[in-house]
Ligand binder design. Structure first.
Ligand SMILES: NC(=O)c1ccc[n+]([C@@H]2O[C@H](COP(=O)([O-])OP(=O)(O)OC[C@H]3O[C@@H](n4cnc5c(N)ncnc54)[C@H](O)[C@@H]3O)[C@@H](O)[C@H]2O)c1
Ligand SMILES: [Zn+2]
Ligand SMILES: [Zn+2]
Length: 351
């Protein structure tokens, strides 16, 4: 088969590789119908994730059709259309039992790391992929849910909801600010309404992304390139700050911005993947009764989100800005890598 293979920082190729096969009785093989590229894949290609080694097939998002099942798989069948979760869950370790499979203790990939696809084992940017612990790591696609909607449930929508909205303790009436209106920030915006946020303020430096944010449910937008951006945000609250601020970029400046606009008693939810240390002005914060949360998505809310998608209450297919065939994977990376120019948000790369 063909797959997108990582060959060290800056190097990748769409090339011939051996077909995946069942190794454990709980595995299935999925034919990839649609996959996509995540910002994290670009981090990997820059060399920021050294655990990814030469020869690894990238990708942790995918929708496909089961072509083969292991002997212990009872709940899935050949021909089922499924969403592949970015986090694999053994289902029986203590973290899986606590519904935190992001820290799954199974030795598949590495003990304590639930994100293994396209990281520690071969991923979904391929014609076929092997899915370990398939019954706990796949979701059957209901009739009527498109591949383009389903693919957003592999990673970005559960990430926005679990690490942004749920960790951020959003309640009815809250004013929420989201810093960074990329796919992850927009996923928090799309799902903040589920918990009744009254106002959702998107903050970004890119006016195109802010324009997009309105389509995803932002009630207000602020370009933080403006000198008075903080005053603009404060004016949208009672002057005391937002109830929840979410950091969805992954750099020190945006974490500081999230802390700067939080009201006493509020919650700062960090989603961004950070590569350097960040200042925490505890001398100002100790008195404010705030909570700061962090996390890696567990994707345990995918079944709930999928019900909302099936009922037309959420329309994540609107993330798709560009469509490619699997054989054009190198062009797809080029388009995604130049998002500011191409205005790419999420790509649908299909067979
Ligand atoms: N915690 C998790 O489980 C998890 C899962 C997936 C992704 N992530 C992380 O979430 C973050 C966002 O992911 P994404 O795919 O949406 O990224 P992205 O790069 O597509 O989007 C980031 C957005 O931030 C904006 N931005 C950049 N610098 C800014 C600044 N100084 N002020 C305001 N806005 C700024 C950009 O214009 C862009 O719209 C990344 O760090 C990613 O690695 C975390
Ligand atoms: Zn991802
Ligand atoms: Zn586990």
């Amino acid at each position: 088969m063909k797959a997108l293979v990582y060959h060290g920082p800056g190097k990748k190729a769409w090339e011939d590789v051996p077909d995946p096969r069942i190794i454990d009785a709980t595995d299935v093989i999925v034919r990839i119908d649609t996959t996509t590229i995540c910002g994290t894949d670009l981090h990997i290609l820059k060399g920021d994730v050294p655990a990814v080694t030469d020869g690894r097939i990238l990708g942790h998002e995918g929708v496909g059709t089961i072509t083969e099942i292991g002997s212990a798989v009872n709940q899935l069948a050949v021909g089922d259309r499924v969403i592949i979760s970015c986090v694999s869950a053994c289902g029986s370790c203590s973290y899986c039992q606590q519904r935190l499979p992001s820290h799954c203790l199974s030795p598949e990939g590495a003990e304590g790391v639930g994100w293994i696809f396209g990281h520690l084992i071969d991923g979904t940017q391929a014609e076929y992929t092997r899915v370990p612990f398939a019954e706990n790591s796949l979701h059957k696609l209901p009739e009527g849910v498109s591949d383009e909607a389903g693919i957003m449930l592999s990673d970005i929508l559960p990430t926005g909801f679990e690490i942004g909205v749920r960790n951020g303790r959003v309640k009815p009436g809250d004013v929420v600010a989201v810093i960074g209106a990329g796919p992850v920030g927009l996923s928090t915006i799309m799902t903040a309404g589920l918990y009744g946020a009254s106002r959702v303020i998107a903050i970004d430096l890119d006016d195109n992304r802010l324009e997009q944010a309105k389509r995803f449910g932002a009630t207000d937008v602020v370009n933080n390139g403006a000198a008075d951006w903080k005053e603009q945000v404060m004016a949208m609250t009672d002057g005391l700050g937002v109830d929840t601020s979410m950091e969805a970029v992954g750099i020190p400046a945006t974490f500081t911005a999230a802390v700067d606009i939080i009201r006493p008693g509020g919650t700062v939810a960090n989603l961004g993947v950070h590569g350097t240390s960040v200042d925490l002005p505890l001398q100002d914060l100790w008195i404010k009764d705030i909570a700061i949360t962090t996390g890696l998505v567990s994707a345990t809310t995918t079944p709930m989100l999928l019900k909302l998608v099936a009922q037309g209450k959420l329309s994540p297919e609107q993330f798709v800005t560009h469509r490619f065939k699997l054989d054009d994977f190198m062009d797809a990376y080029d388009t995604f890598g130049r998002a500011a120019e191409t205005k790419a948000m999420k790509l649908a790369i299909s067979r």
